[in-house]
Ligand binder design. Sequence first.
Ligand code: 13P
Ligand code: SF4
Length: 305
Amino acid sequence: MTINGDKSLEERILKLKKERNAIILTHNYQRGEVQDIADFVGDSLELSRKASETTADVIVFCGVHFMAETAAIFNPDRIVLLPDMAAGCPMADMITAEQLRQKKKELPKATVVTYINSTAEVKAESDFCCTSANGVQIVESLNNEEVLFVPDQYLGHYISTKTGKKMTLWPGYCPTHAGIQPEDIIRRKQEYSRARVVVHPECRPEVIALADEVASTSGMIRYAGREDVSEIIVGTESGIIHRLQKENPGKKFIPVSEQAICPDMKLITLEKVLRSLETITPQVKVPEAIRIRAKAAVDRMLAIV
Ligand code: 13P
Ligand code: SF4
């Protein structure tokens, strides 16, 4: 579309993307218009896989810093752009590499399983990474009974109940998901009595207890596509509703609460994506010594699922 002789933002992004031989990878929580210009939209596991397979010269990552860092871990010779460097993940910043080293000294026999929502430095101190989509399988596959799980206590608690393994949990949490309360679900259930309740495993155990299904963001997309599902109360960041509605136009998706918004995910805009492609900044880089050790933990995950 052309407005006053100016190419639309979308057109300029797509043209520049071609010229730069770039790929746009976008998380399910991104603004609708940012999802719509992506080459691929997915959850953290799918995005990590895409990042490990790409042959593009430039990766524009529309998500938060740890996701772009994971792309950089796999692509030391490619340019990885995060259109706004301020887009972080507060949970990822709830543990430092030094804190993890101290904890490992207290639990020298434990296998360290680290949620992908973590810094590269923390991944470098870990045995395995996991995502919300594969955490249960990763922990189930371990022979060691002693597991230290960082940084999300709620995902760790969920994995521990599903696997029956006793795990030491770091007390981190996602402010957006921890903000969802059981009362929010109960209220929505009263309003929409036939709707299924689907929640992300970063939610509190009291919220998970009220759910029909617990799933990663892409797990939710698959669940919504089922023929027997027509109405869903969505217990995660509300940006996902754009994709749910687009792929299931006849179905109804109800945000669990108006507050379920991750401000960091919303920092990426079309204007910033364009500027990033024009200037080839800001770039995310991981120091080589950290990258090699962090990659080992992510590779161990990808070898299992
Ligand atoms: P998913 O891997 O399920 O997309 O989750 C990422 C995330 O940041 C959840 O808050
Ligand atoms: Fe981090 Fe939570 Fe935002 Fe996901 S929703 S990026 S876990 S703060």
